[in-house]
Design a protein around this ligand. Sequence first.
Ligand SMILES: *Cc1c(COP(=O)(O)O)cnc(C)c1O
Length: 346
Amino acid sequence: MNIRASAGTAPNESIPVLRPQLPSADRLLPYLRQIDSTRFYSNYGQLVQQLEQRLAEHLKLAQRSVASAASGTAALIGGILASAGRARPERNLAILPAYTFIATAVAAEQCGYQPYLADIDPDTWILDGETGIPVVIDGAASFEGISDDPGQYLGITPVALSFHATKSFATAEGGAVISTDLALCERAGLALNFGLGGTRDSATASINGKMSEYHAAVGLAELDGWTAKRAAFRNLSEMYQTLATAAGLGGRLVTAPDVAGCYVLFRCSSTDEARCVQDSLEQSSIGYRLWYGLGMHQQTYFTGLPRDDLATTNHIAPLVLGLPVATDLTEAAVTRVIRALARGCL
Ligand SMILES: *Cc1c(COP(=O)(O)O)cnc(C)c1O
């Protein structure tokens, strides 16, 4: 018997909503040995530079189009400081969607902006981007999408990525700002390193948002194994779709390639159904999560934010349930999840 069978294989074992898997110690070792020999631990050493170069190649972009960051949130701050700069009294609002992760508002606030919440489009779940003001795209979990079609998603407008452990491409903590505007990328790099360029003079608004060499080591090993990891996510989403269709739940799951491989989302048709489906998942010890909660305005700290009418966010947010994902989630486990969904549907 395989005592190391993955989570969810035994009939009553609990299935966590997300069980990340980053490169093993063995795969990290060659990179860690490089750190031992160079004794360079941060401040844009060889490994960070190599990661930025390899990511640019992977995305078919020119060198220096990728500015690494300590987190996705730091990448957002770098992107905002490099494009719009800090807030000014006469230009102090940042419009952002109410249906997103908290980090989007946190980053805007740390750059001095008052976040202003706007509603999402009911079909695309995003904001209308035709605003005529500086835009930074929080593309935190979009690595697969931009890898597939860099030309469609990447341009001058900076895109902030997160490499958090829960994201498909992960360095545990990390992120990057990506833009074809190389001067903007350079400004983002400055903003993430105390405003310091080649001298000891702090020249711009900044934070310490640098990626360390250790995190870059994880990123390089993650890129080495990316083809396999990506395929595992794709296989899982296909397995979910096939089993859902067989159970009469076709069309209810939102999976890759429409969203990142680290998400499998179930769309409930009403709040009553959402309640029943959640009860059913809980009874079967299956983890689930409303990844963006009920919207930014429902977070205690952000309840007072100025906002538009958020009817679509309020309608959609409680109906979208994040389901278990792991690159090694078994067919038996996915079958249990689908059965629990079917039992909960009204
Ligand atoms: C994950 C995520 C972030 C935050 O990234 P961190 O690396 O955790 O700082 C920001 N925005 C969205 C939409 C995310 O999904």
